[in-house]
Ligand binder design. Structure first.
Ligand code: GDP
Length: 414
């Protein structure tokens, strides 16, 4: 800290740090925290986490006998850095404070005391000049890095050749990076864990099968209730996730194994800020028997109506519900939702992802799709060729990358 306050970068050989700064909702934060942890491993930095009041005690400390929390006296934790801040790496490049082509550690002492790396999505791109080999050599010169991201930028680390060997050794299979890192790092603290445990034991544990249905409606994409509900039903029926009601016309395929399923209990966990999806689904299976004889029980743990990331109790419920979803055998999730991504990636299962709607028709051709892997999607890819005029599509050049099923320009590991 003394070195940080001294006004200049420390010597090579001192401890090096990356400070994670929070932004956006819990799903975004979990994706970026896991990505920052991976970045810290690859660059031999100590990860320090800024835990604002709304996140206090939300997660357990992952490393026994030590703390990953940023000290309360850390000077810059509440500064609202942005891409234009003079401390940002790209601003430093523009202002010739740092040069990406001649940093070999020799002039490290002449650098400012820290660098801010802006990895928030900007018009669905990460800032240019943040994921090329030369940038990472230059960034390496700073002992202190402050980083803010809303994205699963772990994917972008696979584009930097310097990190490839280590990543290859860490992840022989690329399609489960978040699954391993998230389960290693992210453990709900006692309040969120208590909620998850009580709800699981009380409502879900006794069922023969559990289906999670996550419905996320965002203000800038207000899908009407009937349209969304219809799509959820189409998806669950087409893929045999929920039985038909008695007397209901056969939509797709008749159930052939009715006797085998008779008296089995299928618990449906509806997770949404809104109560109406639960209300309607619950009423359907409460008022009617099923064709297969299965008993369908429908539950929703909470319905806070609106996002309140600033409120700790709200975040505890959200975290508990992400984990409850992750204990389901099958999952229907909403496209674009980082909340849903985290749940299915922790579970280690490929969900049925509700297909984005064609807004002009308020319908999608298929109700839901099966993603190629359990990995979350990076919505905002970086430029692959930082210092050439023409960009390349990374999917054409990296064998373990695909575009996302719900975000066609997004990137995911498979
Ligand atoms: P995204 O916006 O879907 O990508 O997910 P985020 O988790 O980043 O932000 C949404 C936030 O809204 C969550 O973190 C919660 O605070 C709240 N939220 C959204 N959906 C739910 C839900 O189904 N249950 C609860 N408890 N909170 C939710």
């Amino acid at each position: 800290m003394a070195q940080l306050r001294s006004g200049r970068n420390g010597e090579r050989g001192e401890c090096r740090y990356v400070v994670w700064l929070p932004v956006q909702g819990l799903g975004n934060r979990m994706l970026s925290l896991v990505s920052t942890f991976l970045y810290a491993l690859l660059t031999a930095r100590v990860l320090l986490v800024h835990e604002p009041p709304e996140m206090e005690g939300l997660f357990c400390e992952p490393f026994p006998g030590t703390s990953w929390l940023l000290p309360a006296t850390f000077p810059y934790k509440d500064v609202r850095f942005g891409s234009e801040s003079k401390e940002s790496y790209v601003s430093m490049l523009h202002n010739n404070v740092v040069r990406y082509d001649d940093v070999d550690g020799g002039n490290a002492g002449a650098l400012p005391p820290y660098v801010y790396l802006h990895l928030e999505n900007m018009n669905l791109r990460l800032q240019n000049h943040t994921f090329c080999e030369e940038d990472h050599r230059a960034l390496d010169g700073f002992n202190w890095m402050l980083l803010r991201s809303d994205s699963y930028f772990a994917v972008a680390l696979f584009l930097v050749p310097t990190y490839r060997d280590d990543l290859e050794r860490m992840f022989p299979s690329k399609g489960s990076v978040f699954h391993h890192l998230g389960r290693y790092l992210l453990h709900p603290g006692n309040p969120a864990w208590g909620i998850a445990q009580r709800f699981f034991d009380g409502y879900l544990a006794g069922a023969d099968q559990r289906l999670g249905v996550q419905v996320r409606i965002v203000w800038h994409h207000p899908v009407p209730f009937d349209v969304m509900f219809d799509q959820i039903l189409r998806c669950t029926r087409e893929h045999g996730l929920l039985p038909r009601l008695t007397g209901e016309p056969s939509l797709v395929r008749p159930s052939s194994n009715s006797t085998a399923k008779a008296n089995k209990v299928k618990a449906v966990l509806v997770v949404s800020l809104k109560p109406e999806y639960y209300d309607k689904l619950h009423a359907m299976y409460y008022n009617n028997a099923t064709d297969s004889g299965e008993l369908v029980t429908v539950y929703q743990p909470s319905h806070d109506q609106d996002q309140h990331t600033e409120a700790r109790a709200h975040n505890e419920r959200a975290l508990a519900e992400i984990f409850l979803l992750s204990y389901c055998d099958e999952m229907v999730t909403t496209s674009w939702s980082t909340f849903g991504y985290v749940a299915h990636a922790l579970a280690g299962l490929r969900p049925r992802l509700l297909a984005p709607l064609d807004l002009s028709k308020m319908r999608s051709d298929v109700a839901c799709v099966r993603p190629a892997s359990i990995e979350p999607c990076l919505h905002s890819p970086p430029s692959l060729v930082c210092r050439r005029a023409q960009d390349l599509d990374p999917v054409a050049h990296v064998p373990f990358l695909r575009h996302c099923e719900d975000v066609d320009f997004g990137l995911k590991l498979v």
